[in-house]
Design a protein around this ligand. Structure first.
Ligand SMILES: *Cc1c(COP(=O)(O)O)cnc(C)c1O
Length: 466
């Protein structure tokens, strides 16, 4: 499988190349040259497979040429063996139409583990082939950071630098990152927002002074391998609920548009998806873009669902590329306009391409709390604030009652215990394996919100590439 950049001028790469590169050299994001497609019979044959084996079936076409089926199976078995639940992503019922897909049984209690436990092992596997060294630079609004750090802590050929907006992640989220004391882990608290931090990371990828010396890569969902791994649980849930004999819908708490784009990929591969509901909080650039074509970033407003407090959704570019006719040069120009003005209009082709599959909805704080209270009172389920935004959107999306709607549970409620208690009166406990989180030693550096400060810090602490 070959991958092309959404901005049309970077060279096409194979799976190993895009995994190690992260962002394309022209500033774009990699997507497969064409979508592999399963027949209805092939999808029916996947029913009942263990998760790791399903992962091999779904991902095999994407890694072709870079990994043998045996290598892929070994990596998946080890990655999904790190989960605390044998089903990996179990499905729970709310009512006759609504379901919950629990994606938080990995080591750091958010859905990001599903992809990052695999990505850490992919990095190690590919680096050992060339005896090279990798410098991971990432920005996190909370959950990516801990999941990435857990996935690479202590691995010899990797240094990780993780930026988080100081004071804007929850105590549990911060401690899950800063209490990992492995020498290859560098946590940096930035004086600024998540978008500021993400902009610095993107800048570093195109800074020749850095890319000339270090093999810098991303673990943000701009890395294709992450999206690929997330496609698997759309298949897992759909097969449980009777696909391909019926259609299915998903509601996805959305920030950077990575998770819901994986649903779009599943649909391109033949999974009969009726609707993908893009659920946002009051930071609603995606809701505005999908409902009116207006993609314009405002200031970020902090909410009780911090992993969705995002105004610029990197992966949206992948949808604009694919739905808009795959015109790299035109998209490059459109994105340059966005980078200058923080605003752009979607083209008619992009709007129509998205409208076939996507619906969007936005939830404010009161709606989020009501959804948490409904789940607790009517179904005995305690859900986290992000998941609650997804559930609110699912229940208001007016989906045909014959179509099951699966809300993705993106985080364990104990990661956001105070917000959950406020809405439900119940305080969710951390799983026993994390009971001592608040007793562990923390370590991190604070830096001003400037690119130069971050660049100098990374240059002073990273290992140069071979
Ligand atoms: C990262 C995250 C999201 C947003 O996912 P995207 O792929 O960025 O859209 C939603 N909920 C939680 C809990 C997250 O950690």
């Amino acid at each position: 499988m070959k991958y092309v950049s959404t901005r049309g001028s970077a060279a096409a790469l194979d799976f190993q190349g895009v995994t190690l590169a992260g962002l394309a050299s022209d500033g774009g994001l990699y997507v497969p040259q064409s979508w592999p497609r399963f027949t209805e019979g092939e999808i029916a044959d996947m029913a009942g497979l263990p998760y790791a084996e399903l992962a091999v079936r779904v991902m095999a076409p994407f890694v072709a040429g870079s990994l043998s089926e045996e290598e892929l199976r070994d990596l998946c078995t080890r990655a999904y063996g790190s989960f605390a639940h044998d089903a990996v992503t179990p499905l729970v019922q709310f009512d006759q139409q609504h379901w919950l897909l629990e994606l938080f049984h990995g080591p750091t209690l958010a859905f990001k583990d599903v992809a990052l436990q695999l990505l850490g092992r992919l990095f190690e596997h590919f680096l050992s082939r060339s005896d090279d060294h990798l410098t991971i630079v990432g920005a996190t609004s909370g959950d990516t950071g801990s999941a990435a750090i857990d996935a690479v802590a202590g691995r010899e050929r990797i240094d990780i630098f993780m930026l988080h907006p100081e004071g804007r992640v929850s105590d549990v989220q911060r401690r899950q990152m800063t209490t990992v004391l492995a020498p290859n882990v560098h946590n940096i608290a930035i004086d600024g927002s998540f978008d500021d931090a993400q902009a610095m990371v993107k800048h570093m990828f195109v800074d020749p002074e850095m890319t000339g010396k270090y093999r810098i890569t991303a673990v943000n969902s701009i890395n294709w391998a992450r999206l690929m791994a997330q496609v698997v649980y759309y298949f897992a849930a759909a097969l449980q609920l009777g696909v391909p004999q019926r259609k299915i819908a998903f509601s996805v708490p959305t920030g950077n548009f990575g998770d819901v784009f994986a649903g779009y990929v599943a649909a391109q591969m033949g999974l009969p998806i009726e609707r993908l509901v893009v659920a946002t909080n009051i930071n609603d650039i995606l809701h505005r873009a999908l409902s009116s074509g207006d993609y314009s970033a405002g200031a970020v407003t902090p909410t009780a669902a911090p992993s969705m407090d995002i105004q610029v959704s990197s992966n949206f570019e992948r949808l604009l590329f694919d739905a808009g006719g795959r015109d790299g040069p035109a998209l490059a120009e459109q994105m340059r306009g966005f980078e200058t003005n923080s605003a752009m209009q979607l083209t008619n082709a992009q709007r129509q391409g998205a409208a076939g599959l996507f619906t969007s909805a936005r939830a404010n704080a009161a709606e989020m709390e009501l959804a948490m209270a409904w789940a607790a009172q009517h179904c005995g389920e305690i859900i986290d604030p992000h998941t609650a935004i997804g559930l609110h959107a699912a229940r208001h999306a007016q989906i045909d009652p014959a179509v099951p709607v699966v809300t993705l549970a993106t985080a364990h409620p104990a990661k956001f215990g105070d917000a959950v208690e406020k809405a439900t009166g119940q305080h969710p406990e951390l799983p026993a394996r994390m009971g001592d989180l608040f007793d562990r030693e923390e370590r991190y550096d604070r830096l001003p919100g400037t690119y130069d400060a971050v660049r100098d810090f990374v240059a002073g602490n990273a290992t140069q590439s071979a």
